[in-house]
Design a binder for this molecule. Structure first.
Ligand code: PLP
Length: 412
């Protein structure tokens, strides 16, 4: 390989310098932030883009003819185009801004789901976040449709054969996560999409834990819906995306009524706006969209593939180090995993563990991770979960291992 094409080494120290919060201390200790799966930290580029917008461009969008409103509209619609490019979607008509993954799934369940009736089926997996379970349960209650759940095994992998066997012409939608937030498992999404399409079912991919860690191309995937949250992608909270194929979106009735989603309103008849505005009632999260666009720019400048490789290295080293700790059980040992390690420590309740780790400056999530069926399957009340992002470094892992040693000491 010539010098010109040798990829530069991933400089995590430089990346960390972009995230002001990583320079703070917790209880006098260096912050080891290992909860990126819950919400990623924001780089300066995002903080500054939002700040710039708030200081110099804010007004309501799509409404005013004055310059400021046009600037805000340009910024907001520019963000939509940035998301389109990021996902390789065909058109900005397919990019609907929502409040997050949860709202995107609820939008599909309420608008698209209206067509379902008794005898129709929705297929999910045992690994789903509650956001990809409960909206379908509510839809089934309303329509008489039936929710089917594909099982997982002790490694935390999907039983693909069982998934295939549960598909039938009755299946109207298969909705599944790309990466499990509780286990880190990367699902065999291509095989799942192909199998669902073969029976005529639509597919919804929950990309909340994937979109910041691997490249997503919705056209290449061949799914019908793709959803994610800005805050897991180094962007602001309160904003998410629903991508749907235009033909699918066009067939869906609106779900929330109000300003912006209409063309004309009279008491006799209201007509609805074109895509994607038909699904965006009310004033949107404009600064959030500006921040998301900046976050995408930031991540793409780092290189998603390089971030992915960095996180896979961390995953391997963390798994190796944690396996060496007596009494530590890793929950979820799929062959293909993202940068997430869930575990329990014998004799220590995960919540107590979380408190001790916090004393050492280590921020990990403890609990059921909004995936109670996964906890039930592995017969644990909760786990501790360390998750990685572009800024995670080996010092974070060392601090985690040291803090786990302290927990062992405290609890004997
Ligand atoms: C896989 C998965 N789906 C959905 C969600 C819900 O995301 P939000 O709370 O941003 O709507 C999460 C959040 O943790 C998640 O990990």
């Amino acid at each position: 390989m010539s010098a010109a094409v040798t990829p530069l080494a991933y400089d995590v120290a430089r990346v960390r310098a972009d995230f002001p919060i990583l320079g703070t201390t917790v209880r006098g200790k260096r912050l080891a932030f290992l909860d990126t799966a819950a919400s990623a930290q924001r780089p300066l580029a995002v903080i500054e883009a939002v700040d710039r917008y708030e200081r110099s461009s804010h007004a309501n969008v799509h409404r005013g003819v004055y310059e400021l409103s046009q600037n805000a509209t340009d910024a907001f619609e520019g963000a939509r185009e940035r998301v389109r490019r990021f996902l390789n979607a065909s058109s900005i008509k397919e990019i609907v801004f929502t409040r997050g993954t949860t709202e995107s799934i609820n939008l599909v369940a309420q608008a698209w789901g209206r067509r379902l009736g008794p005898g129709d089926e929705i297929l999910i997996t045992w690994m789903e976040h509650h956001a990809n379970i409960v909206p379908w349960q509510m839809l089934c209650e309303r329509t008489g449709a039936v929710l089917k759940v594909a099982p997982i095994d002790q490694r935390g992998e999907l039983d693909l054969e069982a998934f295939r066997a549960l598909l039938s012409p009755r299946t109207k939608l298969a909705a599944f996560t790309q990466v499990s937030n509780a286990l880190g498992t990367v699902l065999p999404i291509r095989a799942m999409i192909d199998a669902a399409r073969a029976v005529g079912a639509l597919t919804l991919l929950d990309g909340a834990q994937a979109v910041a860690h691997e490249r997503v191309d919705v056209r290449a995937l061949g799914c019908d819906f793709y959803v994610f949250s800005s805050h897991k992608l180094y962007g602001p909270t309160g904003l998410g995306v629903l991508w749907a194929r235009e033909a699918v979106l066009r067939e869906m009735p609106p779900w929330q009524g109000g300003g912006d989603m209409i063309l004309t309103v009279s008491f006799a008849k209201t007509t609805y706006n074109d895509l994607p505005y038909r699904f965006e009632a009310g004033t949107p999260h404009i600064s959030g969209a500006v921040g998301l666009a900046a976050a995408i720019d930031y991540l793409e400048a780092l290189g998603i593939e390089r971030v992915h490789a960095h996180e896979q290295g961390l995953l391997a080293r963390a798994t190796h180090a944690l396996r060496a700790i007596a009494g530590l059980r890793i929950i979820g040992e799929a062959k293909e995993k993202a940068g997430v390690v869930s575990f329990t420590l014998e004799g220590v309740h995960p919540h107590d563990l979380g408190t001790i780790l916090d004393d050492e400056g280590v921020a990990v999530r403890t609990g059921h991770h909004c995936a109670m069926p996964v906890m039930e399957f592995f017969d644990v009340p909760a786990t501790a979960r360390a998750s990685f992002g572009c800024y995670t470094d080996d010092a974070d892992l060392e601090q985690l291992v040291y803090a786990l040693g302290r927990a062992r000491e405290v609890f004997g």
